[in-house]
Design a protein around this ligand. Structure first.
Ligand SMILES: NC(=O)c1ccc[n+]([C@@H]2O[C@H](COP(=O)([O-])OP(=O)(O)OC[C@H]3O[C@@H](n4cnc5c(N)ncnc54)[C@H](O)[C@@H]3O)[C@@H](O)[C@H]2O)c1
Length: 492
């Protein structure tokens, strides 16, 4: 597959606009189509609403969303895009037609994906000439934030297409779940629907209100599900004997059964009860206000889970690690060196803040450490270099704390090289607020190159020295920052 640069979005409603926002934040171009009157304007406003969350999570690099292309011609999307994500209404006849039209004009190596919530890919791909590249890539609302993407292939989908699609979704910071068997509703929606059916039964039978049923989830099981799902949660609930004990204990109840499996009839009365219940729960707040609250909570939750490297927090950590390793730019002879180098961007993590809610002093250094790590990789000091027995150690650091920054706020760090000799290099970090551009801190560091086996300083390998010299030459014209070489003192 040629590299994906432009993503085609077909259907720009809730999910399509969410995909578009996510793709734009992750650096892709977007071309979209939707037949609804005014769809382009609505899509732009949906992307604008999602953008603050994408800044907070550390993906969006610009204060405003970049421009996207919009066309009323579906075939133009098919001809232009390197990957297409379809998000039209969940009706087989609509999706079949869209896929036949896209399939006719798209390059055969372009993946055609559908966001369908439960239709079978075998049915959607049926009339395509190149059905092997058609997959389901099922996201979760808000599709610009939630990590899960279920990848489902049909009878004619190739394994290669499923894998390539998975790689693309990973590049969007997602957790890819390759679904083994094509089943209605896939995995998550099948589980969600089971609960929803029970909710409808209980509201219909007057057992509980919509509010009470939501409380029954959010104060108990829901909190646990975000960490370890149902099966591991029940394993822990079974004590030392784990799942075996749980099944023995609750086996009789499972046979009763407690649940009503078949959905109740959706009478007008039941629909009214569901709508009235949820309207009361909304307490007069608009959907947009609820969406913003939901996004802030989701980001807070995911950032908290990062500290424990679990579930959606692990997805964020893995994504961050990819950013630092796989996608790291490397110096090459003759390349243009930025002055200064932009070495790190991210958000202030929950584990980085003190009791005032501000980034603590050690965390400023940790963030600058990530920036330094990128500089090392840029000049060729990476895992392979260390495995070969050479590395760099910090011998001196001087930090100036200039402005506080709170949890979830975006930061970016630049690095200016000040000096290099055979064994040492001297550089200067400047940390800025990602939105306001305020200077938050500066950190000056001196590092020495070491032979790890001999435990002593030694000259850089020639290729690293060459890269460092090139960076130094590119930074030579820059002004020496005021804080360089500064000493602490109280003037009396
Ligand atoms: N809403 C969710 O929670 C959710 C979650 C996961 C997946 N999905 C799936 O995503 C898809 C879109 O759902 P949504 O919630 O965004 O719906 P939506 O109603 O918000 O958006 C659908 C969009 O498709 C457009 N459309 C209609 N006919 C079209 C056509 N022929 N070609 C292109 N666009 C067309 C509509 O104008 C509308 O803007 C569905 O397949 C749905 O099952 C939805």
């Amino acid at each position: 597959m040629s590299e994906v640069k432009t993503v085609g979005i077909v259907g720009s409603g809730v999910i399509g606009a969410g995909w578009a926002a996510r793709c734009l934040a992750r650096g892709y171009n977007v071309i979209a189509t939707d037949p609804a009157p005014g769809a382009e304007t609505v899509m732009a406003s949906k992307i604008a609403n999602a953008w603050p969350a994408l800044i907070k999570i550390g993906w969006a690099q610009t204060p405003e969303p970049p421009a996207f292309s919009f066309t009323t011609d579906l075939e133009e999307v098919g001809r232009t895009a390197d990957f297409v994500q379809e998000n039209a209404p969940d009706r087989l006849d609509i999706k079949q037609k869209i896929f036949v039209d896209l399939d006719r004009v798209s390059r055969p190596d372009v993946i055609l994906a559908s966001s369908s919530s439960g239709l079978l890919p075998t049915d959607i791909q049926d009339a395509c000439m190149h059905p092997e590249r058609m997959i389901i890539g099922h996201p979760f609302n808000p599709s610009y934030l939630l990590p899960l993407c279920e990848v489902v292939g049909g009878e004619k989908t190739s394994q290669e297409a499923k894998e390539r699609a998975g790689e693309f979704y990973k590049s969007l910071g997602m957790h890819v779940l390759q679904v083994r068997k094509e089943v209605d509703g896939y995995l998550s929606d099948r589980l969600q629907e089971a609960i929803w059916r029970e909710i409808l039964h209980m509201v219909k039978d007057g057992v509980a209100t919509t509010q009470e049923l939501d409380e029954a989830i959010v104060y108990g099981p829901g909190l646990r599900w975000a960490l370890m799902g149902v099966n591991m949660t029940f394993t822990l609930a079974g004590g030392e004997a784990g799942m075996r004990h749980m099944l023995e204990h609750f086996g009789p109840a499972l046979e009763l059964p407690w649940t009503h499996l078949k959905a109740p009839e959706l009478t007008e009365e039941l629909i009214d009860r569901m709508v009235e219940g949820t309207t009361e729960q909304a307490k007069g707040r608009t959907i947009q206000e609820w969406e913003q609250l939901r996004d802030d909570c989701l980001i807070g939750l995911m950032q908290t889970l990062r500290q424990f490297d679990i579930a959606s927090g692990k997805t964020l950590n893995d994504d961050e690690a990819t950013k630092l390793t796989v996608n790291t730019e490397r110096w090459e002879s003759g390349c243009t060196v930025a002055a200064p180098l932009e070495q790190y961007s991210g958000t202030v993590l929950p584990g980085w803040v003190d009791y005032n809610g501000h980034m603590n002093e050690a965390a400023y250094l940790e963030a600058c450490g990530w920036a330094a790590d990128k500089l090392f990789r840029y000049v060729g000091i990476d895992e392979a270099y260390r495995t070969a027995g050479k590395s760099v150690f910090t011998v001196e650091t001087h930090i100036n704390y200039l402005k506080e920054v709170g949890v979830g706020e975006p930061i970016r760090i630049t690095v200016q090289l000040l000096g290099v000799d055979d064994k040492r290099f001297h550089f200067f970090h400047q940390m800025y607020h990602g939105q306001t551009d305020d200077l938050l801190c500066t950190a000056e560091q001196l590092l020495v190159h070491v032979d790890l086996n001999a435990s002593r300083a030694c000259p850089f390998e020639p290729q690293v020295k060459q890269a460092l010299d090139a960076v130094l030459a590119a930074h030579a014209h820059m002004e020496t920052p005021a804080n360089v070489g500064r000493q602490m003192q109280v003037k009396n």
